[in-house]
Design a protein around this ligand. Sequence first.
Ligand SMILES: Cc1cc2nc3c(=O)[nH]c(=O)nc-3n(C[C@H](O)[C@H](O)[C@H](O)COP(=O)(O)OP(=O)(O)OC[C@H]3O[C@@H](n4cnc5c(N)ncnc54)[C@H](O)[C@@H]3O)c2cc1C
Ligand code: SF4
Ligand code: SF4
Length: 389
Amino acid sequence: MAQTTPNQKTRWTFQWKELYEEIIDTGICTGCAGCVISCPHDVIGYEHEPGAYKPFHLEEELGDSDCIHGQKGCTSCTRACPRFRDWETEADQHLFGRVRSDNEVAGIYKDILLTRASDDFVYEIGQDGGLVSAILIWCLENGVVDGALVSHLEGGEGGWKATPALATDREGVLAGAGSRYTYSANTLAYPQAVEKGLKDLALVGMGCQTSSPPIMWHRKIGKTGKAFKLNIGLLCSKSFDDSLFDELFAIKYGIVKEEIAKMNIKGVFQVWMKNGDYHEINLKECHAWTREGCTTCPDFAAEHADISTGGIGNKSDWTLTVVRTPLGREIIMKMLQEGVIEARPGDADPAAIELMHRLSKKSRERWPKFAYSAQASRVTIKSKGGTSS
Ligand SMILES: Cc1cc2nc3c(=O)[nH]c(=O)nc-3n(C[C@H](O)[C@H](O)[C@H](O)COP(=O)(O)OP(=O)(O)OC[C@H]3O[C@@H](n4cnc5c(N)ncnc54)[C@H](O)[C@@H]3O)c2cc1C
Ligand code: SF4
Ligand code: SF4
């Protein structure tokens, strides 16, 4: 596979052909759908189904692996892909003006806090402290954004198929509160936002999705990138294929999907039922249903979000909150001043921070050796007198 480095002086000519060969065909595609929403010719489809969660080319003219528009110079899909070539260095540079050091395994950040929504309803309905929902509601009500790309449940309550959705008010935000551990490419709600004429969007998603806007900005993708104003990350070590429900939960444990009230992962898969029953399922048993796109993912801590959020540690009713950018800090500070959220210092739960670093380090080991290596590329460029990092 070609591994030449596009430094700042290289003309960006990479199109679907390179995306297909280097990312999709090799299995390092995360299924984030950044390429799908960025394609100006609408020729990239997406299969949001068990065993898939991948983009595919819709035009048959040149087969699965090449694109006629790409041959004529269109490069939008590779400009949006948060796994293509030197994605990590580029997103770091764009957001923080520097590349993370080797010991910043969880990415670059400013503050770590434990937070929770002051509104009892938002707190109760949220997965951990309800911070993500509180931020979205506050940002929508204060004109920071006019829409949020989140995940809802297909079929409403009782349907556990996580599905991309657009939220424009408190009700829409709360309809998505809580975590589903199957995949939802929230970016796919972008066309709904465009249809409504919305211009300032928040994206909620795991690291695979929240690295996409910074990559779009850095690679100057234009319109699609400009719409993303706020990026809220969810810490994540894996998501599962939807077939987990039918093939493991139902067959082995008799868990009826429609009767599940809430799920969480805290060392084990915890499942609360509407009738009050509770199940714990060993995570090792679930491994076989890990979504393919997650098996090579190196980003546990959603390292390119404005604010990354998680539920690890001893204070499980608080959201572990990693504030990364000036925008992230401004929002958290204003919400604190207005009493919309409560916060404690991250030091109140040192085990959570230690675990975040440990899990981040573990995820980094998954990035395959054949894939693009920023470290290797930096050496190559230097010896050629190039300009990159
Ligand atoms: C697949 C997945 C894996 C995770 N793994 C970990 C982990 O290993 N360790 C850890 O500390 N935290 C993990 N989290 C994050 C954690 O579960 C909470 O989402 C986070 O702490 C925020 O909690 P909250 O109460 O502030 O958010 P809430 O107010 O409950 O809001 C949660 C937001 O997440 C969105 N969302 C829910 N499910 C999905 C989904 N499947 N895909 C995309 N968006 C979704 C909702 O639309 C909502 O906007 C994971 C989350 C997901 C979705
Ligand atoms: S990682 Fe995302 S942008 Fe890259 S090919 Fe896969 S779906 Fe497209
Ligand atoms: S592990 Fe999480 S962040 Fe990584 S690809 Fe899977 S869902 Fe995305």
